[in-house]
Design a protein around this ligand. Structure first.
Ligand code: UFG
Length: 340
């Protein structure tokens, strides 16, 4: 009998790609989203890729009654929790909004999991928990640093909620996946990143500049202690990232976990500088990007990339796509959005 996976935030950038990979791997997927930070574009894209209407529940995970009702309506074998606010800067301006939404929604999921006598829970965490790392690449044993934003703090706190719930309530198993920098789009160009307003993140800013929606990309800082002076990150293809979720869900459902709570880095292990990313984008897509150096952006770490060997070994997963393939997919998506 096939297993049912609930994907909260399933209409968002990561959630939509994960839904596709789960459904293609044979899972029954229930998408839940409140559409507070996305429209129906990705939901419709998911249905188009899969060739069928996917079950969709429009709901707010901060509504405990609605979460309880959802768990009563479906037999949920595993839940992947994406539903959260994610703008680092906004979280500094409006910390209570972030704490309320990101913490309460996850508490409601855990309480529902407890009430039904157990569940497999996958939490979408972030490399932000490592702060400015002392050693590179970072492993799962690298220390978490005090969070520098309320957003980052919610990621750390939710990891702890999950760890403690697993420790206290039999039947709850948990995995936290720490994402590095997810970029790109589905090869079909039917789903992708849809930032509202001016993008905060690098790749959407690059594609919007290339298409003419933004005048010029600012490269924040050229005086970092890195080979070319710009920050280094571990850019992970969104479909590769999505596949890691399928591996983690299968591990939980098949009883292959080595502990009730496990943490995995999801990255490529390959550092790429801002300048290298810009140059690769121009080269693979044959476009000239208008960009300039600008002062450092507050809060940016100099360099971070993953040691993904634990995920490679335990999940049987590894990142496969090159950064060039990923940047080509991001550009195809932007062009499709623009009708070009
Ligand atoms: N950058 C630019 N210009 C831009 C946007 C970004 O030069 O217009 C640079 C940044 O300075 C950074 C790199 O591109 O060096 C990547 O920046 P992103 O904003 O794309 O990604 P971050 O590494 O800052 O963000 C990631 C995750 C967040 C997480 C954060 C923690 O996307 O979810 O790390 O610091 F919270």
């Amino acid at each position: 009998m096939s297993k049912t996976v609930l994907v909260s935030g399933g209409a968002g950038f990561i959630g939509s790609h994960v839904t596709v990979e789960l459904a293609q791997a044979g899972y029954d997927v229930v998408i839940a989203d409140d559409f507070s930070n996305c429209d129906e574009t990705n939901y419709k894209g998911v249905c188009a890729i899969l060739g069928r209407e996917m079950p969709l529940v429009t709901m707010d995970f901060c509504d405990a009654v609605a979460v309880e009702r959802l768990f009563g309506q479906w037999h949920i074998d595993a839940v992947i929790h994406f539903a959260a606010f994610k703008a680092v800067g906004e979280s500094v301006q409006e910390p209570l909004k972030y704490y309320r939404n990101n913490l309460l929604s996850f508490l409601n999921v855990l309480e529902a999991a407890k009430r039904q006598g157990g569940c497999n829970v996958l939490f979408s965490s972030s490399a932000t928990v490592y702060g400015e790392p002392e050693e590179l690449p970072v492993t799962e044993r690298s220390p978490r640093q005090p969070a520098t934003s309320p957003y980052g703090n919610t990621k750390q706190m939710c990891e702890d909620f999950l760890r403690d719930a697993v420790g206290a309530y039999p039947g709850i198993r948990g995995v936290a996946l720490r994402y590095f920098n997810p970029i790109g789009a589905h090869p079909s160009a039917l789903i992708g990143e849809l930032p509202r307003g001016v993008p905060n993140n690098l790749v959407p800013f690059i594609t919007q500049t290339a298409i003419g929606k933004r005048e010029c990309l600012s490269v924040f800082g050229n005086d970092y202690p890195t080979p070319d002076g710009t920050c280094q990150r571990d850019y992970i293809d969104i479909v590769d990232l999505a596949r890691a979720h399928v591996c983690a869900v299968a591990r939980m459902l098949d009883g292959r976990m080595k502990a009730g709570y496990e943490v995995f880095n999801v990255g490529t292990g390959r550092p790429v500088s801002v300048l290298e990313l810009v140059t690769a984008f121009e080269k693979v897509n044959g476009v000239k990007l208008n960009w300039k150096y600008a002062p450092r952006r507050a809060g940016d770490v100099t360099a971070i990339w993953a040691d993904p060997s634990l995920a490679n070994k335990e999940l049987g997963w590894r990142a496969e796509r090159s950064v060039e393939e990923t940047l080509a997919a991001a550009w195809a998506w932007e062009k499709r959005l623009a009708g070009k």
